[in-house]
Ligand binder design. Structure first.
Ligand SMILES: Nc1ncnc2c1ncn2[C@@H]1O[C@H](COP(=O)(O)OP(=O)(O)OP(=O)(O)O)[C@@H](O)[C@H]1O
Length: 358
């Protein structure tokens, strides 16, 4: 039998307020409890650094490295579902961050960072920003998920971005060279769109299925907008936009204008903060279902204060949806007394109390 996939060990040195922490998350669910500011989110951040090589926190969170120290180091051992244990390390010294993986990335992955054997999906504070924020956030989210279904998407996307930049440069220099780029631009644009649309179709089906458990989501839909009008060719759209593009100085149609939207359904204007958080969590759960259906490695769920903003019924329902995936979960909860809250009935639960060092 294949071993149960999961993070087996984690060592953190000099990350935010954590000077040193060793963890052996040897169960399916690890619940980190502690007071506000104890460092729970920083533990999730450490795992995210190992998986993605970058933080999920913005500059407002301040420097990653503990004040007075010169480097941050995170090391972990991850057991994939069908291979030997992989060791991962992230080291940041000043502005330089290096992440390495042993054995090196699997041959078929081509070494790209986003194909790390350790995959995580986060539901964190500000989950709402995915729906309320800039469309570029949603495009990045969408593309990340498309990559994990179809690894070749990375190259298509890279080629498209290069041609988009060349096309934008041609617009800025008066447009006379545009014809040179448009054929290639359109071919790549259609290719990017095809792969995004294929992912969206599966993602939407899983999302709507998950919505069934939440009455406030009845009638909700997940729509994909490809970046140019339905029923129109991209070529004719670009012709129609030519003057505007020259005036604005960049491309106004195509995959760089794509987006996805949650349509709340008839008679509903929008969602509350807690409801939006549920929607974002379901988008993550639905994406994971698609990835698993395509034979991808299960992710580790990083659930930062899942209960925040949710009433007990919704929080329990959402937690059971994550628990039902069978994936490893590393969750946090504000509790000074070790109360597991909604995680109380979880099988195979380990708790770890994060203490503020000072
Ligand atoms: N570079 C740094 N050096 C030292 N301490 C830092 C640094 N950056 C952040 N901190 C502190 O580290 C702590 C990080 O807390 P973190 O957000 O991980 O806590 P938490 O347990 O998730 O809290 P909450 O429950 O309030 O979300 C904060 O107390 C913060 O002030």
């Amino acid at each position: 039998m294949d071993p149960e996939p999961g993070l087996r060990s984690l060592r953190i040195e000099s990350l935010r307020n954590i000077r040193r922490l060793d963890l052996a998350p040897d169960t399916r669910t690890l619940l980190l409890t502690g007071a506000n500011g104890a460092g729970k989110t920083s533990v999730l951040e450490a795992i995210y650094l190992l998986a993605r090589g970058r933080t999920f926190r913005g500059t407002k969170a301040g420097p990653l490295t503990t004040q007075g120290e010169f480097y941050t180091r995170v090391e972990g051992r991850y057991q994939p579902s069908d291979r030997d244990v992989v060791r991962l390390r992230y080291v940041k010294e000043g502005a330089t961050a290096v992440r390495d993986i042993h054995p090196p990335l699997w041959a078929e992955t081509g070494g790209a960072d986003w194909r790390s054997p350790l995959q995580v999906k986060l539901v964190g504070e500000n989950a709402q920003i995915l729906l309320d924020g800039d469309p570029s956030l949603r495009r990045r989210f969408l593309d990340w998920n498309v990559f994990h279904v179809e690894h070749r998407f990375a190259q298509v996307q890279k080629d498209f971005t290069r041609v988009l930049m060349q096309r934008n440069a041609a617009i800025r220099s008066g447009g006379s060279q545009l014809g040179l780029w448009d054929r290639r631009f359109i071919a790549l644009a259609e290719s990017v769109d095809r792969q995004r649309a294929a992912f969206h179709a599966e993602w939407r089906t899983c999302f709507l299925d998950l919505c069934g458990d939440y009455p406030f989501l009845h009638g909700t839909d997940l729509r994909y907008r490809r970046g140019w009008p339905d029923g129109r060719e991209l070529g004719e759209t670009l012709v129609a936009l030519a003057d505007q593009e020259l005036a604005r100085g960049y491309t106004l149609a195509g995959p760089s204008r794509a987006d996805f939207r949650i349509d709340p359904g008839e008679g509903r204007r929008g969602f509350s903060r807690g409801q939006t958080k549920i929607v974002v969590a379901l988008l993550q759960l639905a994406a994971e279902r698609v990835h698993r259906a395509h034979g991808r490695e299960p992710v580790i769920w990083l659930l930062d204060d899942l209960e925040a903003e949710l009433d007990r019924t919704l929080a329990e329902r959402l937690w059971s949806a994550f628990g039902a995936t069978g994936n490893q979960v590393i969750a946090t909860r504000v509790a000074t007394d070790g109360d597991p809250g909604i995680f109380g009935n979880t099988e195979s639960l380990t708790m770890f109390h994060v203490e503020h060092p000072g």
